[in-house]
Design a protein around this ligand. Structure first.
Ligand code: UT7
Length: 403
C-alpha cells in the first residue's frame, strides 16, 4: 500500500524583542523608508537573551508541532534541523533538540542548504516516510541570524531576523501530503552569499576575526536577480511535476526574503493573484530557513488553509540553492485542543527528558570508572603488535599497502 507523507502538526516560535526599522535608524545610517520600500520589512524579532539560541527556539517550535499533531516525542523517528546559524559546527543542533524533547527513538541531523533548507528537509522526510524507513519525522527550520550578521553593515543587517518553525510529517494511507519536489543548486554562485570564515577553507584566526570574516557577506543585487528567475522556474516545475496547473494552486508560501522578489517572480511572471500569495515578512524580516514554516503557521492561524487545498512552498538561498514542493493539505484546520491532562502529561515528559539528560551527563563524567570498558587496556590486534607499531606506525603500514 502507498505511504503518503502528510503534515499533521506545525508550530513556530519567535523571540520577544521586536527591532523596528526606526530602532535601526539609531544604530546605522538607514531609514524606515529605505528598508520598507526596498524590502517590505518593517520589523524583525531578535534573540537578545543569550540563553535563547537556535536549539532552544527549534525545541519550542518542535514541541508546538508535536502538540498540534497529538504525537509524543517518543514516537518520532527522525529530527531534521535545517539551519545556517547552528548551535555549533558540531554537534548538530538537531541532537540538542532530540535531547531536550526526550525523543528517545529518533535519529537527528542538521541540514545545510541555507534558506532552501526547510524545503530540502521536507523532501528528504517525505522519502523516508514513503520508503517505510520512518513513520514520524520532525522537520525544523531555526535561525538566530542576529548572531551572524554584521551590525555595522547596513546592506545586510536590516534584512534578517530570528525565529523557528517546525512541522511533523507522518505516514498516512490518505492520498496527498507532499506530492512533488524540485531541488536545485549552482555552486558557482557560492560567493554571492556566504559566511567566509570558520570552516576548513578559512580557519579562525585573529585576522579573520578582526577582518569581520565571520559575518554574512552578500552581493544583494546578484542574489536578487537569481531569486526572481529561479522562484518562478521552480514553481512552474513543481506544479507540473505534481500533475497540476498554476490555476489549481490555492496558496503559495514563498521564502520571505524581499516583497519585491515575490512580486516580480510569483505575481508578475507566474500571474498568481496576490490573494493567493502569503507574505508576512513585514513583521519578521528574512528568517532564512525558518521563513516558510513561520509563514505556514500564520497562514493556518489566519484561516488561509483548509483541507484538500493545494499549496506550493518555494525558496532560494545561499549555495546557490533553490527548492519547491507541492502539497495537498490533509490535516484538519483548526485542530481540536488537547485535553488539559494530556497537556500536563506532555509537560511532565519534557521535565523527565531534562532530568534524564542531566543524569546522563553526570553518569558520563563517572564513566571512566566503569568496569566494562577500560580504554587503556584495549590493545592493538596481533598483526600490529608483531610489527611493533604504534598509532603512527599503523598509518605508515597502511600506506605501504598492508603487506
Ligand atoms: O534569503 C536570501 C537572502 N538574500 C536576499 O534575498 C537579498 C536579495 N537582494 C535584495 O533584497 C536587495 O538587493 C537589497 C534589499 C539587499 C538591496 O536593494 P537594492 O535595490 O538592490 O539596493 P542596492 O544594493 O542597489 O543599493 C542602493 C543604494 C546604495 O547606495 P548608492 O550606491 O546608490 O549611493 C546603497 O549603498 O542604497 C544604499 N543602501 C542603503 N541605504 C539605506 C544599501 N543598504 C542601505 C540601507 N539603508 N540599509
Amino acid at each position: 500500500m502507498a505511504r503518503y507523507a502528510q503534515i499533521v502538526g506545525w508550530g513556530c516560535y519567535v523571540p520577544e524583542r521586536v527591532l523596528t526599522n526606526r530602532d535601526l535608524e539609531g544604530i546605522i545610517d538607514t531609514s524606515d523608508d529605505w528598508i520598507f520600500s526596498r524590502t517590505g520589512i518593517r520589523e524583525r524579532r531578535i534573540a537578545t537573551n543569550p540563553r535563547e539560541t537556535t536549539a532552544t527556539m527549534a525545541t519550542k517550535a518542535a514541541a508546538a508541532a508535536l502538540r498540534v499533531a497529538g504525537v509524543s516525542a517518543n514516537e518520532v523517528d527522525l529530527i531534521i534541523c535545517s539551519t545556517s546559524s547552528p548551535e555549533h559546527q558540531f554537534p548538530a543542533t538537531a541532537c540538542l533538540v532530540q535531547d531536550a524533547l526526550g525523543a528517545e527513538h529518533a535519529g537527528a541531523f542538521d541540514l545545510s542548504a541555507a534558506c532552501s533548507g526547510f524545503v530540502y528537509a521536507l523532501t528528504l522526510a517525505r522519502s523516508m516516510i514513503a520508503t517505510g524507513a520512518a513513520q514520524n519525522v520532525l522537520v525544523i527550520g531555526s535561525e538566530t541570524l542576529s548572531r551572524i550578521v554584521d551590525w555595522s553593515d547596513r546592506t545586510t543587517c536590516v534584512l534578517f531576523g530570528d525565529g523557528a518553525g517546525a512541522v511533523l510529517l507522518s505516514a498516512s494511507e490518505e492520498p496527498g501530503g507532499i506530492l512533488a519536489s524540485v531541488l536545485g543548486s549552482d555552486g558557482s554562485g557560492g560567493e554571492l552569499l556566504s559566511l567566509p570564515a570558520g570552516g576548513s577553507r578559512m580557519p579562525t584566526t585573529l585576522e579573520t576575526v578582526t577582518g569581520r570574516q565571520h559575518y554574512v557577506k552578500m552581493d544583494g543585487a546578484a542574489v536578487f536577480r537569481f531569486a526572481t528567475r529561479i522562484m518562478a522556474t521552480a514553481t512552474r516545475e513543481v506544479v507540473q511535476k505534481a500533475g497540476l496547473t498554476l490555476d489549481d494552486i490555492d496558496l503559495i508560501i514563498p521564502h520571505q526574503a524581499n516583497a519585491r522578489i515575490i512580486e516580480s517572480s510569483v505575481h508578475r511572471q507566474l500571474k498568481i493573484p496576490r490573494e493567493k500569495i502569503f507574505i508576512n515578512l513585514e513583521r519578521y524580516g528574512n528568517t532564512s530557513t525558518a521563513s516558510i514554516p513561520l509563514a505556514l503557521c500564520e497562514a493556518i492561524e489566519s484561516g488561509r488553509i483548509k483541507k484538500n487545498d493545494h499549496l506550493v512552498f518555494v525558496s532560494f538561498g545561499a549555495g546557490l540553492t533553490w527548492a519547491a514542493t507541492a502539497i495537498k493539505w490533509g490535516a484538519p484546520v483548526p485542530v481540536s485542543q488537547p485535553k488539559w491532562w494530556k497537556e500536563a502529561q506532555r509537560q511532565g515528559a519534557y521535565g523527565a527528558a531534562r532530568a534524564r539528560s542531566t543524569v546522563r551527563r553526570l553518569l558520563r563524567k563517572y564513566d571512566s570508572l566503569a568496569e566494562d570498558i577500560r580504554v587503556s587496556e584495549i590493545e592493538l590486534p596481533e598483526r600490529f603488535r608483531v610489527l611493533g607499531l604504534g598509532k603512527r606506525g599503523v598509518k605508515k603500514h597502511e600506506q605501504n599497502g598492508n603487506e
